[in-house]
Unconditional design. Sequence first.
Length: 105
Amino acid sequence: MPTSTQTTWPEGVIARYLTVGGATIDLTHGNRDYPTDDGIGENRNHTSAACTGCPAAEEFSHWRVVKRMTFDDRVRNPEAADRDARDWAQCHAETCRAMPGPGQP
């Protein structure tokens, strides 16, 4: 089992997972602007999970579609995105054997 030394987390990291190879998976919140056909654009909030040992990364939207009887509604649910990101990070951490790259914590 890898040993860990206490390091300062990068700014914005809300959770950190240690992989079996000794790398970390950092969870952060982010915003991304996407162009839309109407020219106004859309801002999408998300929770990101990124491994520092390999290229694996995922984004989990803070927005969910709720099916209604006559229409679909979008609701913001960052807690669900955080939960999905944590689940992904835990699963990846259990199997990733990549070691942290040079200069990585």
